[in-house]
Ligand binder design. Sequence first.
Ligand code: UDP
Length: 519
Amino acid sequence: MTPAKTILHPRITIMESFGVEGESEILKAIFLPLITPSHLVPVVEIARIFAMHGVDVTIITTPANAAIFQSSIDRDSSRGSSIRTHTIKFPQIPGLPEGMESINASTPKDMTSKIVEGMSILELQFRQAFRDMKPDFIVTDMFYVWSVEVAAELDIPRLIYMGGTYFAHCAMDSLERFEPHNKVGSDDESFLLPGLPHEIEMIRSQLPIRFRNPNHQYEYLMKAVKESAKKSYGSVFKSFREFEGVYEEHYKKIMGTKSWNVGPISSWVNQDASDKAGRGHAKEEEEEEKGKEGWLAWLDSKKEDSVLYVCFGSMNNFPSTQLVEIAHALEDSGHDFLWVVRKVDEGEAKGFVEEFEKRVQASNKGYLIWGWAPQLLILEHPAVGAVVTHCGMNTVIESVDAGLPLVTWPLFAEQFFNEKLLVDVLKIGVPIGAKKWREWNGLGDEIVKREDIGKAIALLMSGGEESLEIRKRAKAMSVAAKKAIQVGGSSYNSLKELIEELRSLKLQKVNRKMEEPLA
Ligand code: UDP
């Protein structure tokens, strides 16, 4: 086996092996990400961070999902990290086209259940791969609740990757425990979330469906996730202490479990432009129409902090009426904007957005990216001054890392909770005023009007006292984010402690085995 010292990542100065001395101490880990970009991308990035710090890492996934991140793994491997992908063929499901193995914004609604069916078949193969590879520990997505059993069977720790903020998990726990939403008379009557460190007010229509319909399948799923989190060795979050340390402590208290922070992850692992540009998408999803550099030249021509970056993640589709409102709001705002637009198939909306694109191109006020944008590169560009976001946790942390204030427009999953953290606790976001939670693959029935979008943009971009304060707080949070991953920083130390703890568990196990009497 390769001596530990040679698996250092030579380019990355912060990288070290956290005191690995002999090959018996090299930790072997398996990471199992979910097959949706919003969970896959961060779990792969966390796996890469572990590998950069001397852990021998195997990521298990299916071929089409591997295509999304393989170039990053190849790059890390060529730089000296001990990391690889192990692919398992996605099962053939009648009616599911070959290669459709990921749940994202372009997955047809009627294919989702077929992909889930394929996943449940894969479970047996994943279990077997764990047994065959004999890792020292596993890190699996929160939705693989079964993986805690395999870890117990193999007598190894299972770390659960928790998507979302600590804050969101604490808020959901408050709702489960105290049910304040069942004590109000209507969906739009506000209530406080009891037991949280801050006064947080919400309305029922902003809550995930399971809180309004206790028999919903998500209710069972989320209960199972919580149970498996409690049975796991501990949780891994892509958060950092300075961002939501109070809620980290609260989470540990209510769950009675250990947890570690390894965020912000994206800037920790993607240190040069090629890492950032290639991350999170297969080649064919790259913006093709205008060439890769179009957006960059356009941003280069803009003043510092002047451009709004508008993107709603990897899962969302808006109805055409909403696209029209967004387009008008952006144009009417008078500010420059870079808008990431998913493919619009409907004739009328397609025509409208294409016309809109021509118009804003001619006026040089806006730039549209169709499909997948190189978000990390865009966020760090000096011309970008604020982000309009659906409050997906990845975008939230990436924006915070880049020091950008946010216009918050939550849509689904735990995003309404994330909004509360940004607006009410950290005060680095301005809400658009969204009131209705919707399913990730539904279009919803709430259309946010251009005036409301415009108001939030105007407040944030006005340069007035309030906006300057928000911007100042966002910049300060960015400084803290950057420190967190440096040697001695909070996330750096958290990762170091975790790896040391896992190594000592391994050694204890080896010693126990040596002391066992021979059969
Ligand atoms: N992303 C990107 N380009 C896009 C859309 C998304 O790079 O055009 C990345 C983004 O940087 C983030 C992730 O995809 O890391 C989206 O995760 P988030 O939690 O923000 O939203 P979700 O996709 O889960 O709704």
